[in-house]
Design a protein around this ligand. Structure first.
Ligand code: PBG
Length: 326
């Protein structure tokens, strides 16, 4: 045998020398669930270790994460039922606590990257990402609502606007509205390839944002489809997205790879709540070892082609990184 691949695996230093993929905490984005009020920190039952927090606790959390090297955050609001309506008007109300939170976070941590969520579902009495009429999600009626939401978020200081709604044409509509309002430097982190997945459950528990009727299959993509990801990618490229996301991540590593091979923009992947919950549950049962299984999972998403990973494990990964364990 003159070919012995094991020679390149002989020692720690040799393995480190030839390692092809490395993940850095700066590539991670931590999702945070915001509620209005003070001194609130309630664990999400289906996503242990993650909390619905009031702004005071979110600020503490961000401060701690920054000390570990996590620099980017995506903020999601849990809106009280009485503030929801058909047109998601609270999403762009002057006194909306989500927008107030962004103002404060950016004034305290001007150097972090704060990403918003644009979709009607947290604010909608129907619980859908778009406007509902007779059970149908109306695309073009939704666009002006998303535009108002996006401009309000840019005004509040979000660095990246994150449309997660999957309406056709929304990236272009949002880009135009941001430019018209003077926010030419506010970027768009588009949920370009978002599937109608069964793995969003814990997230919808956290935000009480599940659809009141029906499902999201007329706007989110069919999990069976891959070529369609290229159509979504071409549209978002043309419409002005700055980062393109694939969501979920783990069950869609082939799609992440496809997007990375076909587009020049940075590719993000959302390691969604259900995917994280499965791993947490296995670790709590003693079936998997968290400190090993968690970094391997994130590394796999990065190896598939994701430059940026949204994950509920961001802080824990950064802690291991700082301790030299990954
Ligand atoms: C809402 C939105 C969802 C997620 C992010 N933004 C849920 C959905 O589309 O129903 C899911 C994230 C997760 O599961 O971690 N537009």
């Amino acid at each position: 045998m003159n070919r012995r691949p094991r020679r390149n695996r002989r020692s720690i230093s040799h393995r480190a020398l030839v390692r092809e993929t490395r993940l850095h905490p700066a590539n991670l984005v931590l999702p945070l669930f915001l509620v209005s009020g003070k001194n609130i920190k309630n664990e999400v039952a289906s996503l242990p270790g993650n909390y619905r927090m009031s702004l005071d606790n979110i600020i503490k959390e961000i401060e701690e994460c920054i000390s570990y090297g996590i620099l980017s955050f995506v903020l999601f609001p849990a809106i009280p039922e009485e503030k929801k309506d058909k047109v998601a008007s609270y999403s762009y109300a002057e006194d909306c606590f989500y927008l107030e939170a962004a103002r404060l976070i950016k004034s305290q941590f001007p150097n972090c990257t704060l990403i918003s969520d644009v979709a009607m579902d947290p604010y909608s009495s129907d619980g859908h990402d778009g406007y509902v009429e007779n059970g149908e999600i109306l695309n073009d009626v939704t666009l002006p609502i998303l535009q108002k939401m996006a401009v309000a978020q840019a005004k509040a200081g979000f660095d990246l606007i994150g449309p997660s709604d999957m309406m056709d044409g929304r990236v272009g509509a949002i880009r135009e509205a941001l430019d018209d309002a003077g926010f030419i430097n506010t970027g768009i982190m588009s949920y370009t390839v978002k599937y109608a997945s069964a793995f969003y459950g814990p997230f919808r528990d956290a935000l009480d944002s599940a659809p009141k009727a029906g499902d999201k299959k007329t706007y989110q993509m069919d999990p069976a489809n891959k070529t369609e990801a290229l159509i979504e990618g071409e549209l978002d490229m043309a419409e002005g997205a700055d980062i393109m996301m694939v969501k979920p991540a783990l069950n869609y590593l082939d799609v992440i790879h496809l997007m990375k091979e076909n587009f020049e923009l940075p590719i993000a992947a959302y390691h969604v709540s259900g995917e994280c919950a499965m791993l947490i549950a296995a670790c709590q049962n003693g079936w998997l070892e968290y400190e090993k299984a968690m970094p391997e999972t994130l590394l796999s998403i990065h190896r598939a082609g994701a430059d940026v990973i949204f994950t509920y494990f961001a802080k824990d990964f950064a802690k291991l990184f700082q301790a030299g364990k990954v």
